[in-house]
Design a protein around this ligand. Structure first.
Ligand code: PLP
Length: 427
């Protein structure tokens, strides 16, 4: 047996405790076309295998999220930043993302940015808000909208923050009123899925209002936790700039974020950024010039992401992924209601990315204990992030399937009883 094969066997054994492990392909070159690869991914590879359910932690969080074993395995090799194979992989990733956004390759480009999601948000704001006379209308109904205001504070960018209730959508009617009375905005921004609560904002309706009343304003959507899990057509929604992360619904590993941008406008922003490293136009021009990142690229994360995109395609694309998430969310919703938990958002809210639940009123409930006991059973949930209510959150994006939700519900039931609660309880 070659050394390489032996190493792969050892690694496969190491990682084989949770998800199904298909044979590790040793030193197999990755072809550059996502479509070609997708055909080679067998459906069965996408499904987690039976096995000790908590041998690996399951992340029911807004991120970092769990990814498939095969996506993790794609990172098990080294490529240099100037390697022609790596350059082709980056090209293929960029084209696929533009395709998934429903816009044309000739008008839009995908610009990957090293760092977490916030790096792409900051790069769009610093690059696109004009230095002279720039002013952003930030439509916020949660922590991630407020983060944009914090970014503008640091960058010295003028803005008006219009706040909405955290358990309600941003209202296009109110956006209309604001834009009718104030024509000074050069940029309008909104978060698509406000991950702090799970609210999905109506970006198409907001986009229509922006382009009708303020046609020259740049419409920017933070689709960090929705792109890849909720179909978005940037052209239909009249979105100019959109950002997302490698490690949310696209199910790659963390390490970089992605901006989708209109090429002509992006070029017009040359020299406008208040940051050297986060200059989106410079990043774009570098990638266009020789296919390379300006600074050290996240090579391993890119390899994983390339694989993750083939798995999205093999699953049936964004619609199929959305259906999986909806199915998981439905199991969660029904099961949590049976146990006695109440959702933060009203029952008619259709978001299916992440769900916020109120803390039960039972005096035996203690969130830290609840979290810790669940984590010991391999189930990682997340604290709440809304301002005016005690909540925790359970996400169902990432490499999770309806049966994982059933296991989680069973553990939640056990943990509630371990804490001395009577289940089902009544709030
Ligand atoms: C909607 C939204 N925007 C921004 C961010 C920030 O991304 P990051 O923590 O990767 O910087 C997140 C993270 O979950 C998010 O959900």
């Amino acid at each position: 047996m070659t050394f390489c094969r032996m190493l792969m066997r050892v690694l496969a054994r190491r990682f084989s405790t949770g998800d199904r492990v298909t044979q590790v392909k040793c030193c197999r070159p990755i072809t550059t076309s996502v479509n070609l690869q997708a055909r080679a991914v067998r459906k069965s590879e996408l499904m987690p295998a039976e096995g000790p359910p908590h041998a690996q932690k399951k992340l029911f969080t807004p991120g970092p999220l769990g990814v498939s074993m095969t996506t993790k395995q794609a990172m098990l090799r080294d490529l240099g930043s100037r390697d022609t194979e790596f350059i082709e992989i980056v090209k293929s990733i960029r084209r696929t993302i533009v395709e998934l956004a429903g816009v044309s390759q000739s008008s839009y480009s995908c610009v990957p940015m090293q760092g977490s999601g916030s790096f792409a948000i900051e790069s769009v704001l610093t690059t696109t808000v004009p230095r002279n006379g720039g002013k952003v209308l930030i439509l916020e109904n949660g922590a991630y909208g407020r983060r944009q205001a914090s970014i503008c504070d640091v960058l010295g960018i003028a803005y008006h923050k219009e706040s909405f209730q955290e358990n309600e959508m941003v209202s296009p009617e109110r956006v209309q009123q604001i834009l009718e009375s104030d024509h000074s905005f050069t940029n309008v921004s909104v978060v698509h899925c406000e991950t702090s609560s799970g609210v999905i904002n109506p970006i198409s309706k907001i986009g229509a209002v922006v382009k009708e009343l303020c046609p020259n304003a740049v419409f920017f959507v933070d689709a960090m936790s929705s792109f890849g899990g909720i179909p978005i057509n940037m052209a239909d929604a009249k979105v100019d700039y959109l950002v997302t992360s490698a490690n949310k619904c696209l199910e790659g590993v963390p390490g970089f974020s992605l901006a989708i941008a209109p090429i002509e406008h992006l070029r017009s922003c040359k020299g406008n950024a208040r940051s050297y490293a986060l200059d989106l136009t410079d990043q774009y021009e570098g990638l266009e010039k020789n296919g390379q990142f300006r600074f050290t690229p996240p090579t391993h994360a890119m390899l994983a992401f390339h694989r993750a995109l083939t798995e999205l395609e093999a699953e049936g694309g964004i619609l199929a992924r959305a259906q999986r998430y909806k199915n998981s969310r439905e199991r969660l919703r029904e099961g949590m209601a049976k146990l006695g938990f109440t959702e933060f958002l009203s029952g008619d809210h259709e978001g299916y990315i992440i769900t916020s639940f109120f803390f039960p009123k039972d005096p035996h409930f203690n969130f830290v204990e609840f979290y810790t006991l669940l984590a010991k059973k391999g189930m990682v949930i997340y604290p709440g992030k809304v301002l005016n209510a005690d909540c925790f959150r359970i996400g169902n994006i990432g490499h999770l399937f309806p049966h994982n939700m059933m296991i989680l519900l069973d553990k939640i039931d056990q943990v509630c009883q371990e804490m001395g609660m009577h289940v089902p309880f009544h709030n």
